[in-house]
Design a protein around this ligand. Structure first.
Ligand SMILES: NC(=O)c1ccc[n+]([C@@H]2O[C@H](COP(=O)([O-])OP(=O)(O)OC[C@H]3O[C@@H](n4cnc5c(N)ncnc54)[C@H](O)[C@@H]3O)[C@@H](O)[C@H]2O)c1
Length: 374
C-alpha cells in the first residue's frame, strides 16, 4: 500500500522533458520586475504577481504567467492606470459600489473582496460591485479569500466579447467566469471556478502555443461551425457557451454568461456585451464590471462547515464509473496541482513559455526568469 502510494506520489511529482520548473518566488519576482519596468507601483505589481502565481499553482495556466504580456502591454499603452487607487463611491452596511479607477484588476478586486468579507461578517450578506476595472485573472482568487475567512465567497467578471451565443456566428459575450467557494473543515474548501464558455480563451491560446488541436465543443469558426483549430477560433471564430452546441444544451452556458453580464456590466454601469473593447485591444480602457459577494454561514443553521464536509465526503466516496478511479468535487484538481507544485519545489512550465518570457524580459531590460537547475 505504502509502496503504491510512494510510486503514485513519485509520478505525480515528475515533470516531462517538455517542462522546466521555476520556484514560485522567482515567478513572483519576475512579474514584479516586468511590471515595475513599465512604471507600475510596487504594491500593484505585487498584487498582480500573487494572482498570477496562484493561478499557475492551481493549474490554471491560462490565467497565470501566460497573461503577463497582456498586463504589461495594457500599462505600456496607457489603457491601465498606474497612478491611481480604487475608491468606494457609495456604501451601505451590506453593499458597496467601487470605482476601480482603471487600475489593474487584482488591485480593485482585492479592495472589493475585502469590503465584501467585512460586511458579511457584520450583517450576514454583502454584495460589492466594481466599475471601471480591468482583467482580474482567476475569479476563484477572490472567492477563496472569503472561504479562508469562514465565509461563502462569490465573484464574477465580464470580459471582452469572445463567446458566440447559441444559434449565432458572432461573438457577443465574454467568457464571463463564475467563482463560488465554501469552507469545509481543516482548510478543505469547495471551489467552483469556471468560465461560462466551455473553455477559457487562455486554454485555446495554450493549445496554439503548443501547436495542438483543441478538443471538440470548445469553439466555432467564422461561420459558426464547430472547429478544433485554435487559429480558426482566435481569428474570426469564437468560443462556444458551456455545454457546446444547442443539441448538447449550450444555451444553459449562454444563459449563465448573460447572468454574469447582468451582475457585472449592467449592474456596474460599465461596458457590457459586444460594447466591451475587443479581446487584447488597447484602443480604449476596458471599463469592466465585476461583482463580489459573501455570505456568513454562522447567521444561519449551526455547523455549516461540518455538514459541507459530510457532503464532500459523500461525493468523493461515490462508486466511480467503470474505468475511473475516483470521484472529485470542484477544487480537487487544483488541490492536486498545489500539492504537485509543493513536491516539485516550483511551478512546471511548458518549454515554449520560456522564449516568450525571455523576449519580454529583454524588451523591458530586466533579468530573465530563472528556472531551477535540472
Ligand atoms: N478573468 C477572466 O476574464 C476569466 C475568464 C474566464 C475564465 N477565467 C478563469 O479561468 C480559469 C479556468 O476556467 P475553466 O472554466 O477553464 O476551468 P476548468 O474547466 O479547468 O474547471 C472548472 C471547475 O471545474 C472543477 N472540476 C474540474 N474537473 C472536475 C471533476 N472531474 N470533478 C469535479 N469538478 C471538477 C474545477 O475544480 C473548477 O472549479 C478559472 O480560474 C476562471 O476564473 C477568468
Amino acid at each position: 500500500m505504502l509502496f503504491w502510494r510512494s510510486l503514485r506520489r513519485f509520478f505525480s511529482a515528475t515533470t516531462s522533458s517538455s517542462e522546466r520548473i521555476v520556484p514560485a518566488d522567482e515567478v513572483r519576482s519576475f512579474v514584479v520586475r516586468c511590471m515595475g519596468a513599465v512604471g507600475t507601483k510596487a504594491s500593484h505589481a505585487e498584487s498582480l504577481a500573487e494572482l498570477l502565481v496562484t493561478a499557475d499553482e492551481r493549474g490554471h495556466y491560462s490565467h497565470g504567467l501566460n497573461r503577463l504580456e497582456m498586463y504589461v502591454h495594457d500599462v505600456e499603452c496607457k489603457v491601465t492606470a498606474i497612478d491611481a487607487e480604487p475608491v468606494v463611491a457609495n456604501e451601505t452596511p451590506a453593499t458597496a459600489f467601487v470605482d476601480g479607477r482603471n487600475v489593474l484588476g487584482p488591485v480593485a478586486g482585492t479592495l472589493c473582496m475585502e469590503k465584501a468579507i467585512s460586511k458579511a461578517r457584520d450583517v450576514g450578506v454583502s454584495w460589492v460591485v466594481c466599475t471601471a476595472s480591468n482583467h482580474y485573472g482567476i475569479a476563484g482568487w477572490y472567492a477563496i479569500k472569503a472561504a479562508n475567512e469562514g465565509l461563502i465567497g462569490m465573484s464574477f467578471t465580464n470580459t471582452s466579447p469572445l463567446q458566440v451565443p447559441t444559434r449565432s456566428r458572432q461573438v457577443a459575450l465574454g467568457t464571463n467566469p463564475i467563482a463560488f467557494a465554501a469552507p469545509g473543515v481543516n482548510g478543505d474548501h469547495f471551489v467552483l471556478d469556471m468560465a461560462t464558455s466551455t473553455a477559457a480563451i487562455g486554454k485555446v491560446e495554450l493549445h496554439q502555443r503548443k501547436e495542438i488541436p483543441i478538443p471538440t465543443g470548445w469553439g466555432v469558426d467564422s461561420k459558426g461551425n464547430e472547429s478544433r483549430s485554435p487559429d480558426a477560433i482566435l481569428h474570426g471564430g469564437g468560443l462556444s457557451p458551456l455545454g457546446g452546441t444547442e443539441a448538447s444544451s449550450g444555451y444553459k452556458g449562454y444563459g449563465l454568461a448573460t447572468m454574469v453580464e447582468i451582475f457585472c456590466g449592467i449592474l456596474a454601469g460599465s461596458a457590457y456585451g459586444p460594447n466591451i473593447r475587443r479581446w487584447m485591444g488597447t484602443e480604449e480602457e476596458a471599463n469592466l464590471g465585476q461583482s463580489f459577494a459573501a455570505i456568513n454561514p454562522t447567521m444561519f443553521a449551526p455547523d455549516f462547515s461540518e455538514r459541507l464536509a459530510d457532503l464532500l465526503k459523500i461525493l468523493r466516496t461515490l462508486q466511480p464509473a467503470e474505468g475511473e478511479s475516483e470521484v472529485l468535487v470542484a477544487g480537487d484538481p487544483e488541490r492536486r496541482h498545489l500539492s504537485k507544485i509543493k513536491d516539485l519545489g516550483g511551478i512546471p512550465y511548458h518549454v515554449n513559455m520560456f522564449p516568450a518570457m525571455d523576449k519580454l524580459a529583454d524588451k523591458l531590460n530586466v533579468k530573465r526568469m530563472v528556472p531551477k537547475a535540472t
